[in-house]
Design a protein around this ligand. Structure first.
Ligand code: AQP
Length: 314
């Protein structure tokens, strides 16, 4: 045990991770994780709220760990594990669900959005915020790097911690979100929030061809001085000064600007893509096994305290 603060984040293995996931959550994590006691999860049980394809889920789990490693995560400096390997997450989620009300959970934006779009909202999606709260609280997490869309879920985790603490005595630390200005909401190729379920993404490990296809279909407005949707993505990959000159030089020439964006994205992704190709499924399995052992030990210790407090230890 060290006195370092604890940091935790996780992504769902629900499809290919995109540059919104990278700049909104993974990069902020990478920028700070070595200064903390860090946990990085593959939140596979969360993915079950939208994915019911066995092979796809297994494949996505391998894939996301490769993404983490290729993006620069050093497995020696973080506990990298998958949620389903530590059953205490779902166990604590149940206890937290019994402390919050249905109207409280009904206020969750993610849930309301899905309902508003007419999508089937399963009970898992409804109670998702309490599983996420459990993910965070089990490890005494203080800081959670996430994108803007997750701000409310961190508030929910704080609320769950407070409810538990007020009922059973001081047990959980109340976590804080870490949301970087300017990348909290990375727009997709249609200008809306980049999201797997909106099919408007640029995958982080896209091939050159996929990048070309995605960038060429970025929706451009014809009246503004510069194509804002192109610029909003471009500023993730180049400095403001470089872009000022480029966009001035090519004013009105959207094709040239998109081609420049393709070059910049490709140059950024290429080294990661190369690194990713050398990581095997066996590497992934070994890392997850070691991570699960460490995470389990911590989670068990915390759950003993929780169970003691709620009165189920005889
Ligand atoms: N467009 C985005 N800009 C900034 N951050 C984003 N995140 C997601 N989209 C953006 C952040 O990425 C992390 C991953 O969360 P997740 O794996 O739970 O995926 P998600 O938020 O559900 O991502 P999607 O693509 O938006 O998936 P769907 O369409 O299934 O909902 C989180 O920290 C999130 O904030």
């Amino acid at each position: 045990m060290t006195n370092k603060k604890r940091l935790l984040t996780g992504l769902q293995p629900s499809g290919s991770i995109h540059i919104g996931n990278y700049f909104g959550a993974l990069k902020p994590f990478l920028d700070m994780y070595t200064e903390y006691e860090s946990h990085l999860m593959v939140v596979d049980y969360h993915a079950l709220t939208t994915l019911r394809d066995r092979d796809a889920l297994t494949e996505n789990i391998y894939s996301i760990v490769k993404d983490y490693l290729a993006a620069g995560v050093d497995p020696e400096k973080v506990i990298l594990f998958k949620q389903s390997d530590v059953a205490e997450h779902t166990e604590l989620a149940w206890i937290l669900q019994c402390l919050v009300t249905v109207p409280f959970l009904m206020q969750a934006h993610a849930y309301k959005d899905k309902v508003a779009k007419g999508l089937e909202a399963n009970a898992g999606l409804f109670s998702y915020p309490m599983l996420m709260a459990a993910d965070i609280l089990l490890y005494d997490t203080e800081i959670v790097p996430v994108g803007e869309d997750q701000r409310q879920h961190i508030e929910y985790a704080r609320e769950a911690a407070n409810k538990f603490n007020n009922t059973y005595g001081e047990t959980f630390i109340t976590p804080q979100e870490h949301i970087l200005k300017g990348v909290g909401v990375v727009p997709g190729i249609d200008g809306k929030k980049m999201s797997k379920s909106y099919h408007n993404t640029i995958p982080l490990f896209a091939t050159r061809q996929e990048i070309e296809k995605a960038v060429m279909s970025i929706v451009t407005d014809s009246d503004g001085e510069r194509p804002e949707n192109v610029y909003a993505i471009h500023q993730l990959f180049a400095s403001e000064d470089a872009l000022d000159a480029l966009y001035k030089e090519n004013e009105g020439n959207y094709k040239a600007l998109k081609e420049a964006l393709i070059e910049d994205i490709d140059a950024f992704i290429a080294p990661m893509r190369e690194r990713r190709a050398s990581i095997t499924n066996e590497d992934v399995a070994n890392i997850l096994e070691a991570g699960a052992r460490k995470a389990k030990e911590r989670a068990l210790r915390k759950m003993m305290d929780v169970k003691e407090r709620i009165g189920v230890i005889l």
